[in-house]
Design a protein around this ligand. Structure first.
Ligand SMILES: [Zn+2]
Length: 157
C-alpha cells in the first residue's frame, strides 16, 4: 500500500517541474560563489544588484521551457508565465509556487518587494502590481540571474 501511494504521487507530478520534497538549501561561502558565478551574476544574485535594462537575451526568449536560478539551477518560472512587459527585463506574472521567497527591500526611498530563489537565496528581482491577469503581478527579473532550459521538443539552439 505504501508503494502504491508513492507511485501515485510520482505519476501526478508535473513532467516539467520535478518535486524534490522539502528544499535542501544550497549554502556556499562568498569565495565559492565568486568562483562559480560570473561577476555580473555575482553582483545580481549575491549583492542584490540590478542589470541594465534591455541587456538580457532572455528578453527575446519565447520558446517553451523552464527558467532556472543561475546560482543553483532550481526551477523558478515556466515559460507560459512569461510576457513582454516592455520594461527591458524578463517579466513573469507568477513563479513556480513555493520556489521563490520575498522580503521588503529599502534600497530606494520607498519599499519594494524583493524576491529570491528559495534554495540558494540568490536575488532575482522585484515584484510590481502592474502585471497581467491572472495575478496582476509583474515579477521583474534580472536575466543574468536566470538560465533557460528549452523543453525537449524545442529547438535547442
Ligand atoms: Zn538558486
Amino acid at each position: 500500500m505504501f508503494f502504491i501511494s508513492i507511485l501515485g504521487f510520482l505519476c501526478i507530478s508535473s513532467p516539467v517541474v520535478a518535486h524534490h520534497g522539502p528544499v535542501e538549501p544550497v549554502t556556499m561561502s562568498k569565495e565559492e560563489w565568486k568562483d562559480k558565478l560570473t561577476p555580473d551574476q555575482y553582483y545580481v544574485l549575491r549583492k542584490e544588484g540590478t542589470e541594465p535594462a534591455h541587456s538580457s537575451r532572455l528578453n527575446e526568449e519565447h520558446r517553451n521551457g523552464v527558467f532556472v536560478c543561475a546560482g543553483c539551477g532550481y526551477e523558478l518560472f515556466l515559460s507560459n508565465t512569461k510576457y513582454d512587459s516592455g520594461t527591458g527585463w524578463p517579466s513573469f506574472y507568477a513563479p513556480i509556487e513555493g520556489h521563490v521567497e520575498t522580503k521588503t527591500d529599502w534600497k530606494l526611498f520607498y519599499p519594494r518587494t524583493e524576491y529570491h530563489c528559495v534554495r540558494c537565496g540568490g536575488h532575482q528581482g522585484h515584484i510590481f502590481n502592474d502585471g497581467p491577469e491572472p495575478t496582476g503581478l509583474r515579477y521583474c527579473n534580472n536575466g543574468v540571474a536566470l538560465e533557460f532550459i528549452p523543453a525537449k521538443d524545442e529547438d535547442p539552439t
